[in-house]
Ligand binder design. Structure first.
Ligand code: FAD
Length: 321
């Protein structure tokens, strides 16, 4: 039985989180002695880009090139994936946990009468049968879950598994599926992009500011560093509550949960509610003038210093790279 992987893409590129899902699927397949890992891309995307799934561990890549399959048409994505799943004879479908992944996974679970396990991280070191490891309590603990249903959908948490890139590029095969008008019943009539070029929930690098920045007039420092790093900007809750920054930038338990490769926190104390939104980050850098600030306990690198002195120097150093 094959393991199928749903590939998300944006701006012509397969998302890194989807390639991580492929690497997870390959490790799972090797462990269980399952068959091929088959990655599936939907909609408009070039074959060279889809072929990257091969380097991450897919033995085969399928492309349903129907141009109507844009990312917003969730029902159609679920129908297309359900049909490919059945045609391939898969027993497990793996995808990245994301807004789109969550929406597609829930519909697929109903269509395939499958168990859905979310927030999956790397495979458990020792386990018997079909067991997966999940992150629970906003990353504070792990649970091992035994999945007994015949069909399984696993949503893999971003940055939680090693992305393998040593496989061979896979051949891409075009396939078609039967989609009905009902699959396209919901139409997106207009879209409006949030401020900033890089969307916070998807960002690979985030520079975030807290109340330590004293006021909105000082956010230029955050924006300049973010621009140099190709980062999205975020903030703590009080900062958006006071109106220094828009609400969609608020990071934390009650705001956006981010999972970037690099999270830079400037003048943020590191309250537990803020940490709940950032603890999936791969590397956390904290800049705070108080050496006792709780954020330092969660940091990979810490700079004890005044943000107004440290940020300009850091930005100059990044510019000089
Ligand atoms: P402060 O706590 O005021 O900290 C400012 C920090 O800046 C301090 O550590 C200080 O040492 C440092 N500083 C000051 N001046 C400088 C300087 N010149 N240079 C460098 N450092 C400096 N918060 C969130 O962020 N996200 C949430 O989702 C969230 N949800 C919540 C939900 C609930 C139910 C509750 C009760 C609270 C929630 N909070 C949330 C609020 C949270 O508890 C904290 O109050 C908040 O995160 C603190 O924001 P802050 O770190 O920006 O401000």
């Amino acid at each position: 039985m094959s393991v199928l992987v749903y590939l998300e893409h944006a701006d012509g590129a397969v998302k890194k989180s989807s390639l991580e899902a492929v690497s997870y699927a390959k490790a799972l397949s090797d462990k269980l002695g399952a068959g091929d890992v088959v990655a599936v891309g939907l909609g408009s995307i070039v074959n060279d880009e889809l072929a990257k799934a091969g380097t991450a561990g897919a033995s085969k890549v399928l492309h349903v090139s129907d141009e109507r399959l844009t990312a917003g048409i969730i029902q159609a994505h679920a129908s297309a994936m359900a049909e490919v799943y059945k045609n391939v004879g898969a027993s497990t479908l793996v995808l990245a946990k994301s807004s789109l992944g969550d929406a597609v996974a829930a519909r697929l679970a109903v269509k395939l009468n499958a168990a859905l396990v979310s927030n999956v991280v790397e495979l458990p070191e020792t386990s018997a049968g079909y067991q997966v490891k999940r992150s629970i309590y906003t990353g504070k603990a792990f649970a091992i879950t035994e999945v007994t249903k015949e069909h399984k959908i696993l949503a893999v948490k971003k940055n939680a598994v090693d992305l393998k890139t040593d496989g061979a590029s896979a051949a891409v095969e075009a396939v078609s599926v039967n989609l009905s008008d009902a699959d396209f019943a919901g139409k997106i009539t207009a879209t409006d992009k949030a401020e900033g070029d890089i969307l916070l929930p998807e960002a690979d690098v985030v520079v975030s500011g807290g109340r330590g920045l004293k006021g909105p007039e000082n956010w230029g420092m955050i924006e300049t560093l973010a621009k140099e790093l190709g980062a999205a900007t975020g903030c703590s809750k009080p900062v958006s509550d006071i109106g220094w920054r828009p609400h969609h930038e608020h990071v934390g338990q009650t705001g956006v949960k981010v999972a970037p490769t690099l999270y830079v926190a400037v003048g943020i104390s590191g309250a537990i509610q803020h940490l709940a939104g950032v603890n999936s980050s791969k590397c956390i850098v904290v800049i705070n003038k108080d050496p006792e600030a709780p954020f330092f306990k969660a940091a990979d690198y810490g700079i004890v210093g005044d943000a107004f002195e440290v940020l300009p120097k850091l930005t100059e150093a990044v510019k000089a790279l």
